[in-house]
Design a protein around this ligand. Structure first.
Ligand SMILES: *Cc1c(COP(=O)(O)O)cnc(C)c1O
Length: 384
């Protein structure tokens, strides 16, 4: 049995007209609903104060531990409105389980998984008018998070912790149709190391990723792709999304878990693979194998997977050539500055447009989420 999140309705909700204007073009993460779920944990009292109340700022002492030592974790999942008006969460128990795992790694208190689901479901129920009627891929994005709020500058696990869920309407990720992204293979930055926090969904991982993302942009790429930190050259993930590759002989290949984030979307796609004639394989893939394989047509499609965009086709990779690296057969030379082609390699996946299976898989996940096809795995959880 989950603890009930008692509802205290906002006395000043956004008006229906203003809400309709927001829902007509919500973007991502810019607008928030009228309410938030919350609960507080103390070392003496455990979890208490479960409620869904008006969205409001936190009051934090400047010494609050999270502001100094980043003891913080979060989750991301969505509520989808189906054709009959009903509203559903997608695999919330997977997010609840991962949130508990992240909590253990950051030495935060574990929120019972049923309370995690109850907090999300109650918030969505109360803010139901904020769940968009999908014209395309609109949804209500939920952001559960937990942080150390104790006022204390010592380095130890906090004796007071806040848990909350906020909700933000989200428009289609790709405003003008699904196009591909290019990934910068960073040889400067790593995301995670063995024994580190790579498998936890914690804010600290993201703080460290911003400089790498800037490096990617400086090289004309949309996102960064990390290699392992031990220098083996194994592909990890893109920092907000997992990486998947499709081979010409029908394998859906993705790096094995360990230092990467165990994405719900990644797992969903591996489960659906055989319905698309693909064999799911979790194994390490080296950057040299990627370069050779993309060039010789072994890897025919590539994409990134995460809740926000579901599946993002990858149409190219770029990275720094190593010393003595003469390039791999088929690497496309760089048309930019003189000497660039020696310094960088560039790969075009397939014909440089989103792959056919990639788009097929993307549609399949969306069809389940929006209730347009069967859900044999019982992934949908009805809220209202
Ligand atoms: C959240 C996240 C993902 C994607 O996970 P989903 O559960 O599919 O949304 C991938 N990588 C990182 C680092 C993440 O934080």
């Amino acid at each position: 049995m989950s603890t009930e999140f008692a509802v205290v309705r906002s006395g000043r909700p956004v008006g229906a007209e203003e809400r309709a204007a927001i829902l007509a073009a919500p973007g991502f993460g810019q607008y928030f609903t009228d309410h938030m779920a919350s609960a507080t944990w103390t070392v003496d009292g455990g979890w208490a104060g479960h409620r869904v109340g008006p969205l409001e700022p936190f009051q934090l002492h400047p010494s609050a531990a999270v502001l100094h030592y980043a003891q913080e974790i979060f989750e991301g999942l969505k509520a989808y409105r189906h054709g009959d008006g009903s509203v559903w969460l997608f695999r919330p128990e997977a997010n609840a389980r991962r949130f508990a795992q992240s909590a253990r790694r950051l030495d935060l208190p574990v929120l019972p998984e049923e309370d995690f689901i109850a907090s999300c479901a109650t918030l969505v129920e109360v803010d139901e008018p904020w769940v968009p009627v999908p014209a395309g891929e609109e949804s209500l994005y939920l952001r559960p998070f937990m942080f150390a709020s104790e006022a204390f500058l010592g380095v130890r696990s906090a004796a007071r912790v806040e848990y909350a869920v906020i909700a933000s309407p989200a428009g289609p990720y790709f405003e003008s149709g699904v196009t591909g992204v290019t990934l910068w293979v960073s040889s400067t930055y790593a995301r995670a190391s063995e024994g580190g926090t790579g498998a936890a969904k914690c804010g600290g991982n993201y703080a460290g990723s911003l400089a790498a993302q800037r490096e990617a942009a400086e090289h004309g790429c949309d996102q960064v792709l990390y290699l392992d930190s031990a220098g083996k050259g194994n592909l990890e993930e893109s920092g907000t999304m997992n990486l998947l590759l499709i081979t010409s002989d029908g394998h859906l290949v993705t790096p094995e878990l360990g230092t990467i984030l165990a994405g719900v979307t990644r797992d969903t796609l591996l489960t659906l693979a055989d319905q698309h004639g693909l064999t799911p394989i979790e194994r390490s893939v080296n950057i040299d194998e990627l370069r050779t394989g993309v060039a010789d047509g072994t890897f025919v499609e590539a994409f990134a997977a995460g809740t926000a965009a579901v599946v993002t086709p990858i149409t190219g990779f770029k990275g720094e050539a190593r010393q003595g690296d003469t390039g791999h057969a088929g690497d496309t030379g760089h048309a930019g500055h003189a000497g660039d082609s020696a310094r960088y390699y560039e790969l075009t996946v397939g014909d440089g447009t989103p792959g056919r299976k990639t788009v097929e898989l993307r549609e399949h996940v969306l069809d389940i989420q929006y209730g347009r096809t069967e859900d044999p795995h019982g992934w949908l959880h009805r809220v209202c």
